[in-house]
Design a binder for this molecule. Structure first.
Ligand code: ADP
Ligand code: MG
Length: 655
């Protein structure tokens, strides 16, 4: 079949019916219209006659209820959304009565906007050239609110022309202008028509319609009159049209950059709102980073401390019995006798060191501090890897004699001695004089606790003179060698059950653990703690995500007209979706960035001020970046999808 030569625009039997409640409102009732390339057509008619509706159908902003429509001989009503957008972008330019320029954007950027969707390079230069055509070379960076109405409409005309369209549709282009400015706009449209662009203009003013070469009257949705002026210049012969090929749906880097910039612009224009929106993400991410740093630090220092102890150590601690019901729970208590009996098994046990813990006020001269007091035997230093760095540890004989001697930790020295040498000094512990005989090696902090803020005194002194205790808190036991750890644990367990008269079948009311038990326990505790903190942080991220979704929904409805305009000048669904997704993720990524900085700051501050060990790990940073980005994409998707599915004309009409 040979292709016939067709006019630029052919509409046949176009009908448009709006359904209002249960009545059908027929606005266009079978419009047949043919427009040839190069024509300048005015569509006239009283208000409400359907002029704008017809123009929206012809401009592919709206779909007719029935009829056939060809542009350049190609049937266009069957095209997909993407294809229609591409056709609008390449073939059609719009000029609206309300200008529809984007605020907070310079004239050049407004004119350059359609070039993004048509994927044209050198956008700034092309836009500037088009602004020169409408005589606005001196207003390139003025924003719409810094321009007069006439100037704004000229910017809009430059925008309509920027993609070299075949047709310009102008709906009451002078409706908002004073007559001098209106004439200026009409002169321009006439000029562009002379240069070969087909112009279809809607107006209700006869003197504006007089600029056109052909005037079509429309009344109640039907063409009543179609007159071409006798003095109209001749049209070039109708010719074959090139079919417009479909554009790619993929995002170009230029589009991505533009969306990113417009996202930042949107965020910057609403600084307070953006910040409040990000707050949830900031709190979530900073707590993830800080909490994980804390958990990691605590784990590391506890592990270090444990590994500095001998491998053959066993501890016996009071524990709650596992019997049903809280009422059955009873804490066991250990006496010095318990410890001595354990030590009697010379085959399995090398040394035993029962400990008591307490707190006391310590005074030296004018200085005082509150610190932990540990009562221990002379074996403590060897068993726990704590030989004094200065002076000496106390002896078993001193312990027997209840002597008031003390070995002090470095934090205590810093707190009360300052630069003075502590060895040989007398301090008051709970109002009793003690002689300082040694300085403990530094152990650092284990997470929350400063291991150097302690004083060790002989066990008997502590129990009978200082703390006044009948029971010990912990018994440390050293097995003869590694092979004897397990038999020793069995022996101690059996012995304690017997001494505490625990009936057969009942659970222990104490815990016997070796070092690897303790390490496992510490690990599982820190894991549980991190998990718990992670869940809390995750919930706050979720709340942050909902905040983002909320604000994006507000933003979509605030910018509905902008979305309509972008679609009119060629944006596809994908482009709008991407734009709003990028906006939502920028919110969460910027929030995430601030959160990471804040969380790391908190970690550093805590380790400086409170001397806790905190380790900011790369994994926590990567995890929270990933989290916050997905929060933005996940929660931004719905508003973005909503925006992308708006019909261009409904969006443009949105108030
Ligand atoms: P005009 O000739 O003044 O440009 P329009 O084409 O804008 O007229 O509108 C024609 C008629 O269609 C008007 O009566 C208007 O109320 C009606 N109309 C326009 N859009 C809608 C809509 N979305 N739903 C219902 N009626 C509509
Ligand atoms: Mg109208």
């Amino acid at each position: 079949m040979t292709e016939e030569i067709r006019p630029l625009i052919e509409a046949k039997g176009i009908r448009k019916v709006y359904r209002l409640g249960d009545t059908d409102l027929e606005i266009l009732r079978g419009v047949d219209l043919t427009i040839r390339e190069g024509e300048f057509v005015a569509i006239m008619g009283p208000s409400g006659s359907g002029k704008s509706t017809l123009m929206h159908v012809l401009g592919l902003l709206d779909r007719p209820t029935a009829g056939k429509y060809y542009i350049g001989g190609k049937e266009v009503l069957c095209l997909s959304d993407e294809e229609t957008a591409f056709l609008r972008s390449k073939t059609i330019g719009f000029v609206f009565q309300q200008f529809n320029l984007l605020p907070r954007m310079g004239a050049t950027d407004n004119v350059a906007l359609p070039l993004i969707y048509s994927r044209t390079p050198n956008r700034q230069a092309v836009a500037e050239k088009n602004l020169a055509h409408v005589g606005l070379s001196d207003r390139l960076h003025h924003q719409p609110n810094q321009l007069s109405g006439g100037q704004q409409q000229r910017v809009a005309i430059a925008r309509a022309l920027v993609n070299n369209p075949k047709i310009i549709f102008a709906d009451e282009p002078t409706g908002n202008l004073a007559s001098a400015q209106a004439d200026e706009v009409m002169r321009m449209l006439t000029g562009f028509n002379k240069a070969g662009i087909t112009v279809v203009m809607v107006t209700h003013e006869p003197d504006i319609a007089a600029w056109a070469n052909r005037v079509i009257h429309i009344k109640d949705g039907q063409i009543t009159e179609d007159v071409t002026k006798p003095d109209a210049p001749p049209l070039p012969p109708a010719k074959k049209h090139q079919h417009i090929t479909r554009g790619s749906a993929y995002l170009t880097p230029a589009e991505f950059t533009e969306h990113f910039m417009s996202a930042l612009r949107a965020l910057a224009s609403n600084k307070m709102r953006s910040f409040l929106t990000m707050l949830g993400v900031i709190i979530g991410v900073s707590s993830i980073v800080a909490m994980m740093a804390l958990g990691r630090g605590a784990q590391k220092s506890i592990e270090e401390r444990l590994s500095s102890l001998g491998a053959n150590l066993i501890t016996v601690m009071p524990g709650f019995s596992q019997m049903r019901g809280v009422s059955g729970a009873r804490t066991s208590r250990f006496t010095l006798e318990d410890a001595k009996t354990i030590a009697d098994n010379k085959q399995l046990i090398a040394r035993v060191d029962p400990n008591v813990n307490g707190n006391a006020q310590v005074v030296f001269g004018p200085n005082n501090t509150n610190t932990s007091i540990l009562g221990a035997t002379a074996d403590y230093a060897a068993m726990r890897n704590a030989q004094p760095v200065y002076g000496r540890f106390f002896t078993a004989a001193e312990d027997e004699r209840l002597e008031k001697v003390a070995v002090v930790g470095q934090t205590v020295v810093n707190n009360i001695f300052g630069a003075a040498n502590p060895i040989g000094q007398t301090i008051k512990i709970s109002h009793k004089n003690f002689r300082v005989i040694g300085l403990l090696p530094a152990k650092g902090s284990s997470g929350f606790q400063d291991q150097d803020d302690m004083i060790i005194i002989p066990l008997n002194t502590a129990m009978k003179r200082s703390l006044g205790r009948k029971y010990v808190n912990t018994i440390w036991i050293e097995a003869k060698d590694t092979a004897k750890i397990d038999p020793a644990i069995d022996y101690i367990t059996a012995l304690m059950r017997k001494r505490h008269r625990i009936q057969q079948g009942k659970d222990n009311d104490f815990n016997v653990m070796n070092m690897s038990n303790i390490r496992e326990m510490v690990e599982s505790t820190t894991k549980t703690m991190s998990l718990l903190l992670g869940v809390i942080a995750g919930i706050s991220l979720l709340v942050g995500g909902i905040g983002i979704m909320n604000i994006m929904l507000v933003s979509v409805s605030e910018r509905t007209r902008e979305i309509g305009l972008r679609k009119a000048i060629g944006a596809t669904r994908t482009a709008i979706l991407t734009q709003f997704l990028i906006e939502a993720s920028s919110l969460s990524i910027v929030g995430g960035g601030i959160g990471i900085a804040l969380g790391a700051g908190i970690a550093v501050a805590l380790s400086k001020l409170a001397h806790w060990t905190l380790i900011v790990t790369a994994s926590s940073v990567i995890m929270s970046v990933g989290f916050s980005a997905s929060v933005g994409i996940l929660f931004g998707f719905w508003p973005a999808k909503k925006a992308s599915e708006l019909s261009p004309i409904e969006a443009l009409r949105y108030e």
